[in-house]
Design a protein around this ligand. Structure first.
Ligand code: ZN
Length: 495
């Protein structure tokens, strides 16, 4: 498929797009009719992002039409266009013709998706020195995602600015991701223990508006806090430890190397419980809580933990958290690497160690847990998604979790779709600023690509520039050098 031949490029690619002869021209004041009962968040969203896509040149007047069905909109140019009929499987439909643009959706988030699709079809008329009007080709679109759970995992490092976070939230919501897992690397201030964060960490008051922004745009936030390995809240590569570098005397909260929380220290348990309480208060109404639980190199190595059966100690700890979250109808998520035995999973990442036997916890864990099966080396045919199948066979819901590599993303997305897994969690870690276009690619794969869509080499260059263009429009106003794009500098020594 050559996307350059299409009148418009829409990410993620809609399931059915019938382009027709004719171009709708939008100029002067445009009226957007909404049903009477539509939520204010939709109106706020429209008002917020329309100027960026129309370069502030077209005023959009919001009007109410009480004859409109729920979850619909009409953008009227001549007479009111007909509301499209939804195909059986569609979550939204859009129709553009000489009268204007009409959309219908199954729910309000899908109506936001319809709006994002429409905005991607606006193209400035280029016959005048400055933009005066916009063209939209006549088209009928029927669309739905192949996976309902399409999440991205975002890390907030000391280098991550609030402006960058805002950009990522807007971009991922616009690309129709459904959820965003947010992991603070020592970058959120907790009341329970000041050493859990660096002095430059963000306050809850600074983060709250970003969570509201995510929800307004149709993206559901998921809090994440590492409850086991990665307790340093810093990359293993450089040996920082957010707690112990600020207060070495707190060493007994962790195992001997500081990397893993000590599961037999009551004070560790109290602090982790309080962290969850604070995150639950901050994140508000949520469906999922990610507990981390990957790469626990030093699990149960202290003298107290050694007295316990290793897998039972870990599973009991996690099940007790599940019981707490279940009271609030929240499901826990966890990484899956420690639940896999290396000898059995050649070609996959499997990090249960012989002396820790953490894979034995799989049988002991409550089936409420959602396993995030991260596999970054997998480029094998998707019908061999053995670890996905293994977790499903054992009664768990699974989300496959790729990283930036395109073939890895494609393999894990196809594996999840083919095996009817719960969805996909696209991870970005510390490489996000140099891998931004992979957000676009993963959105296409999680939504469900068309058969035969495989020319990713050509796709990459286009994604990079289109990703930049979308970020600019979603930002909606001029930027200075430092805040333009997604990196604060143009040149550094290594890349
Ligand atoms: Zn211990």
């Amino acid at each position: 498929m050559n996307t350059k031949m299409l009148p418009r490029i829409i990410y993620p690619l809609p399931v059915k797009t019938n382009w027709e002869d004719g171009i709708l021209s939008l100029k002067d004041n445009i009226e957007l009719f909404l049903p009477e009962n539509i939520d204010n968040s939709f109106k706020e969203l429209v008002t917020e992002i329309w100027p960026g896509f129309s370069f502030g040149r077209l005023e959009l007047q919001l009007k109410t039409d009480n004859t409109l069905p729920q979850n619909s909109f009409l953008l009227v140019v001549n007479n009111k266009p007909m509301i499209p009929i939804l195909d059986e499987t569609s979550t939204y439909a859009v129709c553009v013709n000489a009268n204007g643009i009409a959309a219908l959706a199954v729910d309000e988030i899908s109506l936001k998706h319809a709006w994002f699709t429409v905005l991607q079809m606006l193209q400035a008329e280029t016959s005048t020195p400055e933009v005066e009007s916009f063209n939209v080709p006549y088209v009928q679109i029927q669309d739905h995602p192949k996976m309902n759970f399409r999440a991205i995992h975002i890390c907030v490092f000391p280098e991550t600015s609030l402006e960058f976070l805002e950009k990522i939230i807007k971009l991922t919501a616009f690309l129709k991701y459904s959820h965003m897992v947010i992991e603070f690397w020592g970058m959120l201030k907790f009341d329970v223990l000041s050493e859990l964060s660096w002095p430059q960490a963000y306050s809850k008051e600074q983060i709250r508006p970003l969570l509201e922004l995510a929800r307004r745009m149709g993206l559901q936030p998921i809090p994440m806090f590492n409850h086991w390995g990665h307790a340093a809240a810093s990359r293993a590569s450089f040996a920082r430890h957010v707690v112990l570098d600020q207060n070495p005397a707190l060493a007994s909260l962790f195992e001997i190397d500081g990397w893993t929380w000590c599961l037999t220290n009551p004070e560790s348990m109290r602090i982790l419980q309080q962290i969850r309480a604070e995150l639950l208060e901050l994140f508000g109404n949520i469906e999922y809580f990610h507990l981390g639980c990957d790469e626990s190199y030093s699990h149960a190595m202290c003298d107290n933990c050694r007295k316990h059966d290793s897998p039972t100690l870990w599973a009991d700890f996690l099940n007790s958290i599940n019981a707490e979250l279940k009271q609030r109808n929240i499901r826990p998520m966890m990484w899956g690497d420690a639940l896999l035995e290396p000898d059995k999973w050649e070609g996959y990442t499997a990090l249960s160690r012989a002396d820790q036997r953490t894979h034995e916890a799989l049988e002991l864990l409550d089936r409420d847990f959602i396993i995030s099966d991260w596999q970054y080396e997998c480029e094998i045919p998707s019908n061999e998604s053995a670890t996905i199948k293994h977790f499903i066979k054992n009664g768990f819901d699974v989300v496959s979790a790729p990283w930036y590599d395109y073939k890895n993303i494609q393999t894990l997305a196809e594996g999840a779709i083919k095996n009817n897994a719960m969805g996909m969690l696209f991870t970005t870690w510390h490489t996000l600023p140099i891998r931004m276009p992979s957000i676009v690619f993963a959105s296409v794969m999680a939504w469900g690509k068309e058969d035969g869509f495989n020319d990713f080499s050509q796709y990459d260059q286009m994604q990079r520039s289109i990703c930049g263009s979308l970020c600019r429009k979603l930002h909606g106003k001029a930027s200075d050098y430092k805040n333009a794009g997604w990196r604060t500098f143009e040149v550094c020594e290594s890349v």
